[in-house]
Design a protein around this ligand. Structure first.
Ligand code: COA
Length: 707
């Protein structure tokens, strides 16, 4: 029998309910209905003595359908279907493979027994979406693995592997080989033993350690991920309800808390990013069938920090890498950086020493640019010098076939200027990696007006291969992220310092807002000279009114380059990364302000945050209006993945929508009046949308409908 999304068949005494709802078997309305019907068929079939619930395709269920979250769930609800499964008078066994997540795992928890393939992963990742499990997860999981372990798993959100799940008694057996066959054998053993249904709801909860100190220790363990978040409080309440004997009352409490969690801004922001990250690689108008060359060999030119990080990322993805530089010393340094990348992965337990050695062996070195001749993709990662990059790319274009993708890892130079010296500029793109390149998931893919569809498709394939989120950007100064950072956020941070805020006040305000690190500390980490070099190149193309990064440039002039010289916006004790306030910097800033007649005053943290965010939003709107970013959501992905923007705030454009664009415009106007500066002019797009009472999200969906 096949009832839409759920099939049913019987083998000997076992009835199989097989969910087949690609790509990831989410528990949408069709699956819920199918499950409820197939269960009835199995229960009515006298020949059936045990029931297996499994999924077809690459994974067990990925949970409730997130797209259904904004409306009440249609009947039968997950709770109803799970209650029916739990109440079945024949033993029901969940057979899991791939990832059993969220509602998927809750389905398994409602079954009487659980078996899993050895490589399966099981988790309740709802907290990553700012919601709590709402289909019994917070009530049934504690009954199976104990309240404290369940709390840890739900608050952490990270799936556990099958072996750990077995250890926790979350699964009753691990299956090697064919899962359905293994599940059948498991059922036959149950039948033989006369083991009947084992409803989770009837089990008692082990509350050992689930007390204030135990809860605090778990929260501390996940403190980094929980910074600025509130969902964990709801989880504490829900698991506490599970510790009470009345299961149904616990379910009611869970339902209320779960419904509430769906209404928080945190949850809306996190769900927005879930879809934004998956949509980013879709480029309107790009034919998906554009020819693609399989990527087997990548040549990277420049063995500096970026080049070595990119080489590591490529080796991790399983491709052959040639790392090219002009001197043996540079290559040696690059290889020692790669070695330390792998050493740190091994010491953190991310891979075995053998696996690290296998990956390192994929990287070979070369002093000869001609070694790039056979590469499918060439990534130039030498330092930010237009003439040098042009010379290299022109040579690469001359010695590679037309099928090779040529790219530059520049963060601010014009890709068109780089492409102009190549014999076929249509195969040149920017691939802007973020440091450390083997860790950071963002990849800005910069196309010029000459870039052809095949090359853009190939660049997107590079992102996919490296398991990065590729966001397509237009070829303007700073692309999406650096443009907004330099002309919006950091410029404002510097102006605030000139007007009276100290670097530590600016950093602390932005870190309280949720940024991983404030702008002055980021500057010191990356090197103030990096920005200064960028501006030298920028001023060859465009001008900016003074004051524009006068503090950072003065620090560079004094060789205060940041952590690497033990002095930048802060001072550092040798060998220590702790940023210490420095009077010399205060004096320098005071002088720069006095030179410009800027009267210094005390500035409150709220003003710091508001001005930095308004500028970030305003420049973001310009970037969007100019088509440099394809969507507001892409900007959010760039900022969250590349610049430490707090994920639970959803990104700058989402944040603007939560403030309301009329409010954003009004506050920008306010600062224009107060500061008397045209730099505080609302972007045309904000003007337009504020007047129409629209948000970026509404504007976006109208544009989508129109195409
Ligand atoms: N609800 C709705 N859509 C979902 C979904 C869910 N729970 N889980 C995945 N999808 C969609 C994705 O949006 C994507 O759609 P698209 O192809 O239109 O972009 C598609 O299913 C495939 O997902 P993707 O993440 O690209 O596949 P993957 O193989 O890389 O990862 C998972 C698979 C299951 C690990 C991953 O999708 C995931 O983590 N899903 C969310 C699980 C979750 O949080 N469940 C709890 C919900 S309360």
């Amino acid at each position: 029998m096949q009832s839409g999304a759920v099939g049913y068949h019987r083998k000997h005494h076992v009835g199989f309910l097989l969910i087949g709802y690609p790509p990831v078997n989410v528990l949408g309305a069709a699956v819920r209905t199918g499950l409820a019907q197939a269960l009835q068929v199995a229960l009515a079939d006298d020949a059936v003595q045990a029931i297996v619930i499994a999924c077809a395709g690459r994974t067990f269920s990925a949970g409730a359908d997130i797209t259904e979250f904004d409306a009440p769930m249609s009947e039968p609800t997950l709770q109803e279907v799970f209650a029916a499964i739990e109440a079945a008078n024949k033993p029901v066994v969940a057979a899991m493979h791939g990832t059993a997540l969220g509602g998927g795992l809750e389905l398994a928890l409602a079954c009487h027994y659980r078996v899993a393939a050895k490589d399966a992963k099981l988790g309740l990742p709802e907290i990553t979406l700012g919601v709590i499990p709402g289909a019994g997860g917070t009530q049934r999981l504690p009954r199976i693995i104990g309240a404290l372990a369940a709390f840890d798993m739900i608050v952490g959100g990270t799936p556990v592997d099958a072996t750990t799940a077995r250890h926790l008694a979350l699964v009753d057996a691990l299956i090697e080989g064919d899962l359905l066959q293994g599940a059948q054998q498991f059922c036959e053993q149950l039948i033989e033993r006369g083991a009947g249904p084992r409803p989770t709801r009837d089990r008692s909860v082990d509350v050992t350690g689930f007390n204030p100190p135990g809860v605090a220790a778990v929260l501390e363990k996940h403190a980094r991920a929980l910074k600025g978040r509130s969902t964990q409080q709801l989880i504490i309440e829900a698991v506490s309800a599970a510790a009470q004997p009345n299961f149904d009352a616990g379910l009611v409490m869970e339902r209320r808390l779960a419904d509430y969690s769906l209404t928080t801004t945190e949850s809306r922001a996190l769900r927005h990013l879930f879809f934004a990250e998956r949509q980013a690689s879709r480029v309107p108008g790009l034919p998906a069938d554009a020819p693609k060359t399989p990527i087997k060999h990548v040549a990277i030119i420049g063995a500096g920090t970026m080049g070595s990080g990119i080489a590591t990322a490529c080796a991790d993805a399983g491709v052959a890498v040639t790392l090219i530089d002009s001197t043996a010393e540079a290559l040696e340094r690059g290889f020692s950086l790669i070695a330390s990348n792998y050493d740190s992965s091994v010491s953190r337990g991310r891979m075995t020493a053998e696996e690290a050695a296998r990956r390192r062996a994929r990287i070979t070195d070369s002093l000869d640019l001609k070694s790039a001749a056979n590469a499918d993709v060439v990534i130039e990662a030498v330092f930010e010098d237009l003439a040098l990059k042009q010379r290299i790319l022109a040579q690469v274009a001359a010695l590679t076939p037309a099928s090779t993708l040529i790219s530059s890892n520049t963060s601010t130079l014009s890709i068109a200027a780089l492409a102009s010296v190549c014999r076929d500029p249509q195969r040149v793109v920017g691939l802007h990696f973020f440091s450390p390149a083997h860790v950071m998931r963002l990849l800005e893919i910069v196309r010029t007006s000459a870039t052809d569809a095949a090359s853009l498709n190939q660049a997107l394939a590079v992102a996919k291969l490296l398991r990065k989120i590729g966001v397509v950007a237009g070829d303007a100064f700073g692309f999406i992220g650096n443009k907004m950072m330099l002309d919006g956020y950091w410029r404002e941070a510097e102006l605030l310092m000139l007007e009276g805020a100290t670097p530590e006040q600016v950093d602390s305000a932005m870190e309280s807002f949720g940024f991983a690190m404030g702008p002055a500390r980021v500057n010191d980490l990356g090197g103030t000279d990096v920005g200064t070099k960028t501006r030298i190149e920028l001023f060859k193309r465009e001008s900016r009114p003074d004051p524009y990064f006068v503090i950072a440039d003065a620090l560079t002039a004094q060789n205060r380059l940041g952590q690497k010289t033990n002095a930048g916006f802060y001072r550092y004790e040798p060998g220590n990364r702790k940023a210490l306030p420095d009077e010399a910097v205060t004096n320098l800033i005071e002088k720069l302000a006095a030179d410009r007649g800027i009267k210094r005053r005390r500035i409150e943290p709220a003003e710091i945050v508001e001005r930095c965010m308004l500028q970030l939003i305003n420049v973001g709107a310009q970037v969007l209006d100019a088509g440099i970013a394809l969507r507001a959501a892409d900007i959010d992905v760039v900022w969250v993945q590349g610049y430490g923007f707090p994920r639970h705030v959803g990104g700058p454009m989402f944040y603007a929508d939560t403030l309301g664009l009329a409010h954003v415009r009004q506050r920008i106007e306010y600062y224009r009046l107060r500061l008397g500066d045209d730099y505080w002019t609302p972007a045309a797009l904000i003007e337009r949308l504020a007047r129409q009472g629209e948000s970026f999200a509404q504007w976006e969906s109208e544009r989508k409908d129109a195409t």
